[in-house]
Design a protein around this ligand. Structure first.
Ligand SMILES: [Zn+2]
Length: 253
């Protein structure tokens, strides 16, 4: 399961009450849910060159980190952000300094921060495995950071996972540049936008430009048998059920 721990479209939020945290933890236990993930707010940009936006972003990020910890959530996923036209190096610097500071101020936290692979393009960070590796290196907080691979994003970023050869080549690149030890979770989405388009538009499994084969390979890959995978496909509860069923149907019995 993946959740937002606060309103993802607003800067302000009410503090989390102890009863809410306790209720959530009890519910997770009762339902037998494993590997719950929190997803960061959409406004947050820890790489922002604008001091006002950066300050708001750090506050929102730290609040979500605190909430995730209070809720007993093991993984908190964020997008690395955008340098907004300054430079990759500048964005990287702003981002990694912020991550280091926030994590270093919370030395006992159990929640692990996951950086999500992004569709890339001109201004966004995290669109290639090399870039993600650089962010992880410079943040230099071993054990506190990992990666969440989003199938739609890597495809839009230019990694062609549509065939077995392309799928293996992509994962080999990940293994070489980042290492499987840091690959902690997946976002499983088809893509409405094309290979290398750098546009982040999700589609139902098997109905986008990626097609079923990549998902068949992923859900049968023994290396990721125990990794949490979350759907972020469009639509309502019924649509999620359809997509989930499609993934189940792809599994070899
Ligand atoms: Zn995602």
């Amino acid at each position: 399961m993946q959740i937002f721990t606060r309103n993802a479209q607003r800067w302000a939020s009410k503090p989390l009450a102890q009863e809410q945290a306790d209720g959530f933890k009890a519910g997770v236990k009762e339902q037998g849910l494993q590997e719950v993930m929190a997803h960061g707010s959409y406004l947050t940009n820890l790489a922002s060159p604008d001091p006002r936006i950066h300050k708001l972003s750090v506050a929102a990020f730290e609040d979500e980190l605190d909430r995730s910890e209070a809720l007993g959530i093991p993984y908190f996923v964020i997008h690395p952000g955008s340098h907004k036209g300054t430079s990759f190096q500048e964005g990287l610097h702003t981002l990694t300094i912020s991550l280091r500071r926030s994590l270093a101020n919370r030395p006992d936290y159990k929640v692990m921060l996951l950086l999500e692979t992004t569709a890339g393009g001109g201004k966004s960070l995290g669109g290639s495995f090399e870039h993600l590796a650089e962010i992880l290196d410079q943040t230099a907080m071993p054990g506190r950071l990992g990666v969440c691979l989003d199938t739609a994003h890597v495809f839009a970023a230019g990694y062609d996972i549509r065939t077995q050869a392309g799928y293996e080549e992509t994962l080999d690149a990940f293994k070489t540049q980042i290492g499987f030890g840091l690959l902690k979770a997946f976002h499983v989405n088809d893509s409405r936008s094309s290979l290398n388009s750098h546009h982040d538009i999700h589609a139902d499994i098997g109905e986008g430009k990626i097609g079923l084969e990549a998902f068949r390979l992923l859900v049968n890959d023994p290396r990721f048998k125990h990794h949490p995978m979350n759907l972020e496909t469009p639509g309502d509860e019924a649509a999620f059920q359809r997509n989930l069923q499609r993934l189940y149907d792809l599994r070899r019995l």
